[in-house]
Design a protein around this ligand. Structure first.
Ligand code: ADP
Length: 302
């Protein structure tokens, strides 16, 4: 009799990604080049795509571990505390000496427009070797979830390690940037919004586009190598594609849209958690759409 396949102890998600502090400067209007403008209010919130997705997954009720880096400044300590308070295991988040914690400097005008400048700080120090060393963490997880706010080499290592350990690899291709095509191979799913999808396919952005639709876009993305693709479409919901076909899931109606920042991260974290619980992609996209609607009905990225 053959021995049973090794069982993973619990449904769990391993997130490999960024940890930032969001510094939000509320301003009456954007400053002109060369102009100095006082802010009306400053708030500091925990952020970073990786950390946001990790907290969203933990909120969905699975065990979550994060591999990431913070600096040796007070923000680093605050960000690790915030991860733990959000239910995320942070023992694989290491402190990089003499380096600042990643930060997003956001200016926000009264009409809700924003500009964002990111200092990747310690996130930029997460190396391929750092990720490859964490064999035990990969062996203990069910789903690996990554984004592109840490070096592409580290993300490639995370996907390779996930494949080797038999985890389901999921990657959000955000912020959009060139990646080796091999990175997309076998992703299950590749997660993008419309802008990221257009970038990846070398298409004009969704605003300028006259032909094609999200279903066609999903099929074209599938041809790049992933096992499945999910495109989030804001208030229009999401489209997903796999070997069973292409399907559309409408968004939930939200009475008052307060803040769309972080909707994609809430979607991705909840989806990964549901996949880790053993649900199929159709179910997980449904859970993601609900989490995205929930996120736009509340202020802040988390
Ligand atoms: P991103 O923030 O990455 O651009 P999206 O804006 O596509 O991601 O949002 C992710 C998901 O959140 C969508 O697929 C949708 O389910 C939900 N969502 C976003 N905006 C709204 C909205 N205005 N009303 C309802 N659901 C929304």
């Amino acid at each position: 009799m053959s021995s049973p396949a090794p069982r993973r102890p619990t449904a769990s998600v391993l997130v490999v990604g960024s940890i930032n502090e969001d510094v939000v400067l509320e301003v009456p209007r954007f400053p002109q080049p060369g102009e100095t403008l006082p802010s009306t209010r400053v708030t500091r919130n925990p952020g970073g795509k990786g950390a946001n997705q990790a907290v969203a997954a933990a909120r969905a009720g699975v065990e979550v571990q994060m591999i990431g880096r913070v600096g040796d400044d007070p923000a680093g300590g605050r960000m690790v505390d915030a991860l733990r308070a959000g239910g995320v295991g942070a023992c694989l988040v290491e402190v990089v000496p003499e380096t600042p914690t990643g930060a997003a400097y956001i200016t926000l005008t009264p009409d809700g427009e924003n500009t964002i400048v990111i200092d990747s700080g310690a996130n930029g120090c997460l190396s391929r070797e750092d990720v490859l060393q964490q064999r035990e963490a990969f062996a203990g997880a069910t789903v690996m979830l990554a984004q592109l706010e840490v070096p592409v080499d580290a993300v490639t290592a995370a996907v390779d390690s996930a494949r080797t350990a038999g985890l389901r690899p999921a990657v959000t291709l955000s912020p959009p940037q060139r990646v080796p095509l091999g990175l997309l191979d076998g992703l299950d799913p590749l997660l993008v919004n419309e802008h990221e999808a257009a970038f990846l396919l070398g298409d004009p952005g969704p605003e300028e586009k006259r032909t094609g639709d999200a279903e066609q876009t999903a099929e074209r993305l599938l041809q790049l190598g992933p096992r499945s693709v999910v495109i989030t479409l804001g208030a229009a919901g999401a489209v997903y594609a796999d070997l069973h076909g292409v399907f559309r899931v409408p968004a939930h109606r939200v009475e008052a849209v307060l803040d769309t920042t972080g909707a994609g991260d809430a979607f991705a974290g909840a989806l990964a958690a549901d996949l880790a619980l053993g649900e199929d992609l159709a179910h997980a996209v449904g859970v993601g759409v609900r989490a995205g609607a929930d996120a736009v009905g509340r202020p802040g990225a988390r």
